[in-house]
Design a protein around this ligand. Structure first.
Ligand code: NAD
Length: 446
């Protein structure tokens, strides 16, 4: 399979802008045609509502395709750059070229978007691709296999379904690039496997993303936007606010307002809400319940139903850095709350963990916003909002440190799947002697 992709790649067929655009159009048609099946698969795997499935998966894919179609010609054009006087007679260009045969591996939480957005980038940049979706979202994995099979020949794009054994085998193969989205733990496995053959990687990972609410924030707005960002997909979002850092003076007001908003969005009985997401499987369900079995106070939610896999939006108070909920990424509908009074406390809490994928900050003060943005490293984030930075294709999306290596979306995705070849073209009309050994000019220059 990989050799056939390599042969196809080496025919040069994937390189013309026309070919790339045709494939993007085919992908768009397929995504539009299979939209009802996508909604069904996402319902089965994660109980996503149609509105959520469209806004967080299908809509994002279609938007990426639109941006790529509009810009791929410009992105793939060689760019002239300056040539210093020392290189007189020459001209210099940067030529983007595809990497070749690529492997795209994805997680289960946004199982369509996190596979197909990198596919858009890989197509736009002129690569062939092997896709390995997550086995924990089986309905979506099967549908992706069908979508790709019905749209592209296997020597151009193909899906390999499977779990650990399949991934392990794939990671031994001679890909030109690996684009991986998943946990930092598996990111290490991927990078170690890639290191054996020096295969370059893009790693889109996770971490504990703080959400800071300062005393001068618009509390009502903060509550709505935090509840939206935290409990979309039942908190199983890589960029969801992982924990809340709230100023002492506004804590009660914020938590009261958040409780109201949770009821407004998911009703008094969220476990009965047909549109509220479910936890992907029993293992994750039990892992999340274990976080509640600790010396903390449940100030909202806490109800669960193992049969439906639902865990209500839950807020924890009385949390310290030692609490279970503050050890690893939560990746579920539980939000621990920590109170602060000064900036140093914020910095100490965030620095107790590896660099996060996202950070959210609610504050009316420009000076405070600037201080936090400058002093805390994180992949990307929002001021006075949550998670929406990832839906802007003009912003690079990626982590830093253990939350990721490299970025994508829009032109940044094109760059992730391209090599920028540098070319100096020299004149053959004349030849200045001063660079050569024993040249008088050279001596004079010194
Ligand atoms: P995961 O790392 O368990 O799995 C991701 C992929 O790796 C799957 O395709 C899986 O089959 C494969 N895999 C699992 N174990 C493997 C192994 N030992 N060797 C090789 N391959 C293996 O991640 P997940 O549970 O599917 O997703 C949750 C994690 O992903 C969270 O940490 C979350 O923050 C992160 N995430 C990051 C982003 C992002 O864009 N940065 C997006 C979504 C999720």
């Amino acid at each position: 399979m990989i050799s056939s992709q390599q042969r196809f790649y080496h025919t040069g067929a994937t390189r013309s802008v026309r070919f790339r655009k045709e494939q993007l159009l085919l992908l768009r048609q397929a995504a539009q045609r299979l939209e009802p099946e996508m909604m069904d698969a996402l319902k089965q795997d994660l109980n996503k509502s149609e509105q959520e499935a469209y806004s967080t998966e299908i809509g994002i894919i279609l938007n990426e395709i639109r941006v790529a179609l509009r810009n791929v010609r410009r992105w793939s054009k060689p760019k002239r750059v300056r040539t210093p006087l020392t290189h007189i007679g020459g001209s210099s260009r940067i030529v983007p070229e595809p990497l070749g045969t690529t492997l795209i591996m994805g997680p289960w939480n946004y199982p369509l978007q996190l596979m197909l957005v990198p596919v858009v980038s890989a197509i736009a940049a002129g690569n062939t691709m092997v896709l390995k979706p997550s086995e924990l979202a089986p309905a979506t994995s099967g549908l992706l296999a069908r979508l790709i099979r019905e749209t592209f020949p296997p020597e151009y794009a193909t899906v390999v379904e499977g779990g650990l054994e399949t991934s392990t085998e794939l990671l031994k193969r001679p890909f030109d690039h690996i684009f991986f989205t998943g946990s930092p733990a598996v990111g290490r496995v991927v990078m170690a496997a890639a290191a054996k053959s020096l295969i370059p990687v893009t790693l889109e990972l996770g971490g504990k993303s703080p959400c800071i609410v300062h005393k001068d924030a618009n509390i009502e707005l903060a509550a709505r936007r935090i509840v939206f960002g935290k409990w979309t997909n039942a908190g199983q979002t890589c960029v969801a606010p992982d924990y809340l850092l709230v100023h002492k003076e506004v804590k009660t007001a914020l938590l009261n307002k958040m409780s109201e908003v949770i009821e407004e969005f998911y009703g008094r009985e969220p476990l009965q809400d047909p549109d509220y997401g479910k936890i992907v499987n029993g293992r994750h369900f039990r892992r999340l319940l274990d976080l509640l079995d600790d010396d903390v106070r449940i100030v909202h939610g806490g109800q669960s139903d193992e049969i439906t896999g639902k865990l209500a939006p839950t807020i924890l108070d009385g949390v310290t850095l030692e609490s279970k909920a503050m050890q690893g990424e939560i990746f579920g509908p539980i939000l621990p709350v920590i109170v602060y009074e000064g900036t140093e406390e914020i910095l100490n809490t965030v620095r107790a963990h590896p660099k996060p994928l996202a950070l959210y900050l609610f504050s009316g003060s420009r000076e405070f916003q600037q201080r936090i943005i400058e002093r805390i490293p994180f992949g990307g984030g929002c001021v006075n909002d949550t998670i929406l930075h990832l839906a802007n294709p003009y912003l690079p999306f990626g982590g830093v440190g253990t939350s990721g290596i490299g970025s994508y979306h829009g032109e940044f995705g094109f760059q992730a799947f391209s090599h920028y070849k540098s070319i100096l073209k020299q004149s053959d009309r004349f030849d200045l002697p001063f660079r050569y050994p024993k040249s008088k000019w050279g001596l004079r220059m010194i």
